[in-house]
Design a protein around this ligand. Sequence first.
Ligand SMILES: [Zn+2]
Length: 274
Amino acid sequence: MSIWSCPVCGENLLKREKSLVCKKNHSFDYARSGYVNLLPVSRKKTKLPGDNALMINARRSFLSRDFYKPMSDSLCNVVDTFMPYGGVLFDAGCGEGYYTKNVYQSLSDSDKNAEIYGVDISKYAADAAAKSCRTAKFAVGSVFHIPVIDNSCDVLMSLFAPYCGDEFRRVLKPNGKMILVIPGRRHLWGLKKAIYSAPYENNVQDYKLSGFEFLGTEKVDYEIILKSADDIQNLFTMTPYYYKTGIQEHMRLKSLSELSTEVSFEILKYRKKE
Ligand SMILES: [Zn+2]
């Protein structure tokens, strides 16, 4: 049985041939790549919400070069300690599935029986994720109205994605764990210095979140060196700066053939409070 729920009526969805169907016969077809679209048209604010194909391709190219592998490895360790016997993991805002895939791999390497679900508002993201990790289940959906049933997930992770505490609590089992990954203060400092004449450090949010017990944070800081204009462009395209800067900043970055930058992540750990 899957934990997917019908985005129209909330009933559990069951697999029937190439579709997911609820008791009331609302039916959702699988796309050829293997994801299912569980975003009702009424919840779409634009025709194609979320990251577009350009952003998803840039992310996929950049992440496939494993510049963020050290962070991913730390994330996998946290997931491993949170799922000693396997269980159900939900990736809220999974993007193109790089971390989802690594987490799946790490859990199966340690012989854990894990089911992994991921949702993203972008159909390009869900499509790319489904292609990169056939063993996880992906859907187009909103993290503000997660299409999974109540109390169904052992662990929920949200990486650089929108936060919705009430929904995250709803889908987590009692005592379920939550992992948030946020940028640290000096994340991409070298990139920002190359773009802006007076860059600012990131604000790091208050760790306390209502409804959750804070268990601690793991900081992952290191330096990456990008040695090609493609890598630099792909990284830039993944960031909000890409859309917030003008043509001059874009040109300045285009002329670079090498860029060295700090990367800085915080992996925040929580337990659902009853
Ligand atoms: Zn239904």
